[in-house]
Design a protein around this ligand. Structure first.
Ligand SMILES: CC(=O)N[C@H]1[C@@H](OP(=O)(O)OP(=O)(O)OC[C@H]2O[C@@H](n3ccc(=O)[nH]c3=O)[C@H](O)[C@@H]2O)O[C@H](CO)[C@@H](O)[C@@H]1O
Ligand SMILES: C=C(OP(=O)(O)O)C(=O)O
Length: 427
């Protein structure tokens, strides 16, 4: 397993362009099977999750290439709707293929999706939504088979604005007969991106970005070329890293409006944030200030995916901050690791009580999930001494070569791959 070795204490500085969004690219790749032909996607980052999605699509019969940031996907050759268990269990986003495969083939066979261990992560709302469109489900051991003679539009009320359920329903309903309305829909920017992509293929969808989405089903969709939006969580991670190291970093290719809640928190913590078109510059020169209370909630509120990175900034702040996590019950695994670096954080009733300390110290720590890993990297950058972050594969799910990205901003960070069994030094 690879490790990241970080020599801390170097303020980040420089300019960097933000990669395309994982959480937009994954459902868009899944949605591509709704059309028959060649879809070209730009700004698709090189990530483990993207490679797993492409591998699943190839198993379904598609032809897929990923060169640089461009994916070329021929979906015309897809011939089956059975997702292999081994690939299904490698990430949560394999579930996004349910809606599109059901709409295209009238059936889909899945297993329990995998991904980071951050909570129970049920998918009952996905199933309820698809059932309302006419799907039937049967369980055979670990396998769930879903079939529908035809999908018919329906009014669907989501009891929680699940991002994935909203997306799955949108994709299935795009080819359903008649109108589907999703009330209580998630409003994340990635849902708007999915709407834009589906509409570019000929779908008739309105309302993404609000809590009511209307989908007028069409008979067929045509392939298109599309550019994925920038990754707001990667951008947010770098903004926090710059502030935590008391550096100055400019990000280009961002959508500042997608990061409003984070910008508000950064400013309350004493960082300067300047916005100029699609560029964002953050700088900080003194110890962060505590932020009384942050609560993670669905967009446009503060995102759960930035909870752990921001906790590092607050761990270094002057005063006590509280971070309440309301989306994933298992998303505080970084706390123990941060405490091993000298942080003073206690978790009680779904909230972290963070007593800021003047400095963190390098240690060997373990990334337990994607964003926990990103937080430990930020902690290592800000800490005194050397930090080794283990289990880097979690970080590779969402950051396209995090060490190169941070290295370009002056960080002293390197990846050390294990020495192979035969004792040869890795090339
Ligand atoms: C690939 C992708 O886009 N991932 C994002 C997506 O995940 P994901 O789509 O899995 O997140 P959801 O919004 O669906 O889940 C949020 C909460 O709802 C619960 N739930 C969800 C579905 C369901 O059928 N039943 C149910 O109870 C989940 O267990 C969780 O507690 O949104 C999350 C919340 O912003 C982000 O952290 C993830 O980065
Ligand atoms: C939880 C995340 O992703 P996923 O839903 O793919 O596990 C994330 O991106 O932080």
């Amino acid at each position: 397993m690879d490790k990241l070795v970080i020599e801390g204490g170097q303020p980040l500085s420089g300019t960097i362009a933000i990669q395309g969004a994982k959480n937009a690219a994954l459902p868009i790749l899944a949605a591509s099977v709704l059309a028959c032909g060649t879809v070209t996607l730009e700004s698709v980052p090189q990530l483990l999750d993207i490679e797993v999605m492409l591998q699943i699509l190839r198993e379904l019969g598609c032809r897929a290439e990923h060169e640089g940031e461009t994916v070329t996907l021929n979906t015309a050759t897809a011939y089956q709707a059975h997702i292999p268990e081994k690939l299904m269990s490698q990430m949560r986003s394999s579930i996004f293929l349910m809606g599109p495969l059901l709409a295209r083939f009238g059936e889909v066979h899945i297993y329990q999706p995998g991904g980071c261990a951050i909570g129970e992560r049920k998918f009952d709302l996905h199933l309820e939504g698809l059932r309302a469109l006419g799907a039937e489900f049967e369980e055979y051991g670990d396998r769930i088979s879903c079939t529908a003679d035809k999908l018919v539009g329906a009014d669907i009320h989501l009891s929680f604005p699940s991002v994935g359920a909203t997306e799955n329903i949108m994709m299935a309903a795009a080819l359903a007969e008649g109108r589907t309305t999703i009330v209580g829909a998630a409003r994340e920017p990635e849902i708007q991106d999915l709407q834009n992509f589906l509409n570019a293929m000929g779908a008739r969808i309105m309302g993404a970005g609000t809590d009511t989405i209307t989908i007028d089903g069409v008979d067929s969709l045509s392939p298109c070329s599309y550019r994925v939006i920038p990754d707001r969580i990667v951008a947010g991670t770098l903004l926090v890293a710059a502030a935590a190291t008391k550096g100055k970093v400019t990000l280009t290719n961002t959508r500042p409006a997608h990061l409003s809640s984070l910008v508000h928190v950064l400013r309350r913590a004493g960082a300067n944030v300047a916005i100029d078109g699609d560029a964002m510059t953050v700088s900080a020169s003194s110890r962060p200030k505590a932020v009384e209370r942050i609560v993670t909630s669905p967009y446009p509120a503060f995102p759960t995916d930035l909870q752990s990175p921001v906790m590092v900034l607050l761990a270094l702040a002057d005063g006590v901050s509280i971070m309440k996590e309301t989306i994933f019950e298992g998303r505080f695994k970084h706390v123990g690791e941060l405490c091993r670096m000298g942080a003073d954080i206690r978790v009680d009733l779904g909230a972290a009580i963070i007593k800021g300390v003047p400095r963190l110290y390098g240690a060997t720590v373990e990334a337990t999930d994607l964003r926990a890993g990103a937080a430990l990297v930020i902690a290592g950058l800000a800490a005194q001494g050397r930090t080794i972050v283990e289990q880097v594969h979690h970080i590779d799910r969402g950051y396209d070569s995090i060490e190169s990205m941070l290295g370009r901003l002056g960080a002293r960070i390197a990846r050390s791959a294990p020495v192979p069994d035969n004792g040869a030094v890795p090339g």
